[in-house]
Design a protein around this ligand. Structure first.
Ligand code: GRF
Length: 210
């Protein structure tokens, strides 16, 4: 797959999104060339090992403003895009600046609603009728970068934060690989500081609901 779009995936835990990304590599013609984790015992690393994908783990150091060791690995991997898939640390600004418009994240809410943690519970508490997940580019503002795509689900009367999390995760497993593919195919691309989708300015999120 030497001509495929190369990605590096960051995880901290279970890694079900990583699993889905790996399984859809040939379908969407991208290649996971490196998996990075701040947790050496993250369960999700097994998906990478089973697929013979190189893994790099590191100890989080809040004083390392550029994540120098991680950056070195990423540069060596020659990846085109960094995908945060359940990575539970806030990346330092220096690192984000070094990979400007090259980092995306999946967040379990319909951004700009509910940045940060405990999104499912907030949906329940606020009696929202819909919920969703968002894939966005990463900038210095937490969960605040340009939104690319969203998956939307209805909230039912008997939903709990747990049932919402499970139902949404299932949708994330389609949303994230398909969004990676849109970027890999240059259907979503930056020109100067504007994001385009199929040559039109991206003004609303691309809805990916299957
Ligand atoms: C997902 O809900 C994702 O949106 C959030 O963290 C969770 C990761 O799940 N950022 P997994 O590790 O991919 O199973």
């Amino acid at each position: 797959m030497s001509n495929s779009f190369k990605i590096c995936v960051f995880i901290s835990g279970t890694g079900s999104n990583l699993d889905s990304i790996i399984k859809k590599q040939s379908l969407y013609n991208y290649e996971v060339v490196l998996v990075v984790s701040n947790k050496a015992d993250a369960k999700g690393l097994n998906y990478a090992k089973d697929a013979n994908i190189p893994v790099f783990t590191f100890q989080w150091d809040k004083n390392d403003k550029n994540l120098s060791l991680v950056s070195k690995q990423i540069k060596q991997s020659k990846c085109d895009l960094i995908v945060l898939a359940g990575f539970m640390r806030i990346l330092p600004e220096g690192f984000i600046a070094n990979f400007k418009n090259k980092i995306i994240n999946i967040h379990p809410s319909l951004l700009p609603k509910y940045k940060g943690l405990h999104t499912h519970q907030q949906v329940i508490d606020n009696k929202d009728s819909s919920h969703g997940a968002t894939v966005h580019f990463v900038n210095a503002e937490l969960d605040g970068g340009k939104i690319i795509s969203q998956a939307v689900i209805n909230v039912e009367n008997n939903d709990t934060s747990q049932s919402l999390a499970e139902r949404l995760l299932f949708r994330e497993h389609s949303l994230l690989p398909r969004t990676i593919a849109l970027i890999g195919q240059n259907r979503v691309q930056w020109q100067a500081n504007t994001l385009y989708f199929d040559h039109n300015k991206l003004t609303n999120p691309i809805i990916i609901n299957d």
